[in-house]
Design a protein around this ligand. Structure first.
Ligand code: URA
Length: 191
């Protein structure tokens, strides 16, 4: 991930995201979607980019995939208020296409800053875009999922994007195993 400037406080970071015009994505949006939840979360979740409902509400993961994500968190005893949920890009790509590499690169300093301020112990990477922009551009979600990657003090676990689980419910079994790994890692790190 890029090593660009880090914003010193939550407010300067939030202001920078909300006023950002660093790429073209901001031109067609209704709202920026910085991410939301607990700024002191032990668990951070990173998706790809806002969809239509997220763009309307300015909140990450509030559509169908987000509702599934809420249930997955609840299954390991967490609420959305316990965690921080954000995306690789903070503006909705038109037609829900994947963010282009240059769009992701422009946006990644915000994610790095969120990460630096929150200092999560565990990061759950939701899908290939989150995986490739944090761990390696060559990584594949099918082989990387369910395997921990340690970066400094942070444990990162790639898993399927909840939208992929909605498209292919057969993947839910693996996703449940990944959620259990997250639950167990949080317990281990707390003890
Ligand atoms: N998909 C994502 O990757 N992020 C959201 O916020 C919503 C759907």
């Amino acid at each position: 991930m890029s090593k660009a400037i880090l914003y010193p406080s939550w407010q300067t970071l939030q202001d920078a995201i909300l006023s950002c015009t660093a790429c073209q994505l901001c031109q067609g949006i209704q709202n920026k979607v910085p991410g939301q939840g607990n700024p002191n979360a032990r668990l951070m979740l990173i998706g790809e980019g806002p969809g239509a409902q997220e763009d309307q509400q300015g909140l990450a993961f509030v559509g169908a995939a987000g509702q599934l994500l809420t249930r997955m968190l609840e299954a390991i005893g967490l609420t959305r208020e316990d965690v921080f949920i954000t995306n690789i890009v903070k503006c909705r790509p038109p037609g829900n296409r994947q963010p282009k590499p240059e769009e992701a690169q422009r946006c990644l300093p915000y994610l790095r800053s969120q990460w630096a301020l929150i200092k999560p112990q565990v990061i759950l990477l939701l899908g290939a875009t989150a995986l490739q922009h944090t761990i390696s551009p060559d990584a594949r979600i099918t082989s990387a999922r369910g395997h921990w990657v340690q970066r400094g003090a942070v444990w990162m676990l790639p898993t399927y994007h909840p939208a992929a689980l909605l498209r292919d419910p057969a993947k839910k079994r693996d996703a449940w195993q990944d959620m259990q790994m997250v639950r167990d890692k949080l317990a281990e790190l707390a003890s």
